[in-house]
Design a protein. Structure first.
Length: 675
């Protein structure tokens, strides 16, 4: 039936809506859940998922996952207390569900295609081989003292070894925390310290866009301040030898010595699977905790139904495993579904802007999932970079991480997809575990409205909250996006800080999960995400807290105060803009100080966090109670000074004129430099 659904997909354009023809008629008697799911079916299923979540999720969990011990209770949740538990009493092993079950059926199917930086040098790893690698790595961790519940940091770019490292942790019940390999050694150290990791896995070097970069030395620097670390495993990505210290273990050599069989650890549904640090509007990055069964089930189900992914498909998500998209849609979702998943090591423009589409042709990719920032970059080049490659294997195109503007959506749909592949704009977060709002084009009668995330997934109940903190009803309305029912993929806590989890997600609207995003509900009842409502900014689809950047800048001795806001950028979406107050005696050496500030952010966080703009000001606008009014600064930075909004709480309004003048001067200097 799913195939029938697909073959009936015409994607014809009606007004501004792309509609799929219906493939089955409604029925008054509810068919069994398994056949409804197999048919990628109907509104009835969605109704069931929100009205009778126990029936829906219980049945899907029994059908889709292999359990070591069946669960006794589907859920025990109370959002007002931040309590979320699914599949209680059940035991399973995530690596078994991602590997062993497929090895039994199709051992020689490719699990991974590692699309290495240099085009045409891809490496295929079958399910049998990946299970073997995972077991050897799991045994290596075990023989170096890693036990169930221990935390393991993975500071590696995407590769089969990195995926095996994640699955090896799952195999023995250790908890991985992948740290994006672009983060600085200080950011890495902060995460290792917070998680108290016992070991770190890294590579000697990384390779990207034809350039080599060092990974071992940032790890060496980081572990100096991390007393919990007992071993550093170093994988050899390139031939360059890495100097080995007393903590270091050469990973491939150690794996060679181990058995290729490792019995899976039985894990309770609610044991931790991994933690992933993400930025919030205040404080340090938070260690978001995901658990075993609910997370796996949710990623597998969303992966199949949003992308219409079928067994044997080649799924091409270009995200790095350092982000949640890499966890859910490069590793766990696709592998749980027995798909072949691509690991993309390169960039969209290496060696030229045709790289993605050349890869699609060479690997026969069926679903392509990427970020709007890359699409915005690529559409600036001639269409021939796309057209010269055969993209007939593509069936679904996906977008994630930030709003996709109409121009990017149209180019993706018409140029990349030749107007025949539905584009799914998928909204979700590190905290939601998997996609929450997205079109599901394989369903009967499904339509796609450009640049809209549109439809809640099974079990997701969006609510828009108005200013008085109450839900706004009806359509054609906007509000703060909350989700009012628990779903299996939601994060369970912030590592060792459940109070912060409560405060950040459940305090603003008691009993509801607050996403931090605003949304609009269209007259048809579809959702469109309007952007963050807090001080989190989104640079090329990567989350950053403005407070994190301010903290880094404030460490400079010549800088008493800063305020960072976001401004729009035509490719990156948003970039940070820093307003900096300097001590009097520092104004003479302004240029040198600003250079040092750039260095500080790069070394404390990452290069991508360095503000694109620095404006030195004498004072910052504050309320009478001393709070910086970032809202006004953002308007000034965005040159929207005609309407600065309510200034009545401002302590000294003359500061505004001062800052506007400084900004005008800054802009003029910029223009001069450009000319
Ligand atoms: C934003 C990435 C608009 C949003 C999976 C969210 C989006 C944050 C979309 C989470 C989308 C993600 N449309 N905005 N389709 N997808 N966002 O945790 O602001 O890195 O809150 O997870 O990205 O970022 P995170």
């Amino acid at each position: 039936m799913a195939a029938l659904c697909r073959s009936l997909f015409h994607g014809f354009v009606k007004g501004n809506v792309y509609r799929q023809t219906s493939c089955r008629s409604g029925s008054s008697v509810r068919p069994p859940l398994s056949s409804m799911l197999a048919a990628a079916s109907c509104p009835e299923l969605r109704r069931l998922s929100v009205e009778e979540p126990e029936v829906f999720w219980g049945s899907v969990a029994r059908e889709r996952l292999r359990w070591i011990r069946p669960f006794q209770q589907v859920k025990d949740c109370d959002m007002s207390r931040g309590k979320v538990s699914w599949f209680l009493g059940g035991q399973l092993n995530v690596s078994v569900n991602c590997l062993d079950v497929h090895v039994e059926k199709h051992p020689e199917r490719a699990a991974l295609i590692w699309e290495r930086d240099e085009p045409g040098t891809e490496v295929k790893v079958t399910y049998r081989e990946l299970l073997e690698m995972t077991c050897r790595l799991a045994n290596t961790l075990k023989s170096h003292g890693v036990r169930k519940g221990d935390r393991v940091a993975i500071y590696m770019p995407v590769s089969p070894t990195a995926v095996a490292a994640m699955l090896a942790c799952a195999r023995i019940g250790a908890v991985h925390t992948v740290v994006f390999a672009g983060f600085s050694s200080e950011a890495l150290a902060g995460r290792i310290q917070d998680a108290e990791c016992k070991v770190v896995l890294t590579c000697n070097q990384g390779v990207r866009a034809g350039r080599l970069f060092d990974l071992k030395s940032p790890v060496d620097t980081a572990v100096k301040s991390c007393p919990s670390v007992q071993h550093v495993f170093v994988s050899q990505r390139t031939t360059s030898p890495a100097p080995m210290g007393k903590l270091d273990v050469q990973l491939e050599e150690a794996m060679e010595k181990e058995s290729a069989i490792c019995p899976p650890e039985p894990m309770d549904s609610e044991d931790m699977l991994f933690m992933l640090y993400t930025s919030g509007s205040t404080g340090k990055p938070k260690g978001i905790v995901h658990t075993q069964a609910g997370y796996l089930l949710y990623t597998a189900l969303t992966h199949q139904y949003v992308f219409d992914c079928q067994p044997g498909d080649v799924f091409g998500c270009v995200a790095d495993i350092g982000w949640i998209t890499g966890h859910s849609y490069v590793v766990y979702g696709p592998l749980c579904n027995g798909t072949t998943t691509m690991l993309f090591e390169s960039t969209p423009v290496y060696p030229d802007p045709g790289r993605y589409w050349e890869t699609v042709e060479r690997l026969g990719i069926n679903q392509f999932y990427g970020a709007p920032t890359a699409i915005r970059l690529l559409l600036k080049y001639d269409e021939s970079w796309v057209r010269k490659y055969n993209r007939s294997s593509l069936r679904t195109l996906g977008s994630v991480g930030e709003p996709i503007n109409h121009e990017a959506w149209d180019w993706f749909y018409n140029v990349v997809g030749d107007g025949r592949c539905p584009v799914v704009d998928t909204w979700w977060q590190t905290e939601t575990g998997g996609i929450c709002i997205a079109p599901r084009p394989a369903e009967q009668g499904a339509e796609i409205v450009p640049a809209m995330a549109m439809r809640p997934f099974f079990g997701i109940q969006p609510v828009l909250m108005g200013e008085e903190g109450r839900p706004v009803s009806g359509n054609d309305v906007s509000g703060a996006l909350c989700l009012s029912q628990p779903w299996p993929g939601i994060a369970r806590t912030i590592f060792r800080d459940h109070q912060r989890y409560m405060d950040v997600y459940f305090k603003a609207y008691p009993g509801h999960y607050f996403t931090g995003d605003g949304a609009y509900r269209s007259p048809e009842g579809y959702y469109q995400i309007t952007g963050r409502m807090d001080d989190v900014i989104n640079v090329s689809g990567h989350r950053l807290g403005t407070a994190e950047i301010e903290d880094a800048l404030d460490e400079h001795p010549a800088v008493p105060e800063t305020a960072v806001v976001s401004v729009s950028h035509d490719i990156k979406g948003e970039v940070p803009f820093a307003f900096v107050v300097l001590k009097d005696d520092a104004s003479l050496e302004q240029m040198a100080v600003l250079e040092e500030l750039r260095g500080l952010v790069a070394s404390k966080i990452a290069k991508y966090a360095v503000p694109n703009h620095f404006l030195v000001v004498k004072r910052l606008p504050k309320t009478r109670s001393g709070k910086i009014m970032r809202r006004i600064l953002r308007k000034i930075a965005m040159e929207q000074t005609d309407n600065l909004g309510d200034l009545s709480t401002l302590d000294d309004p003359s500061v505004i004129t001062e800052i506007i003048q400084a900004h005008t001067h800054y802009k003029n200097q910029h223009k001069k430099k450009k000319n």
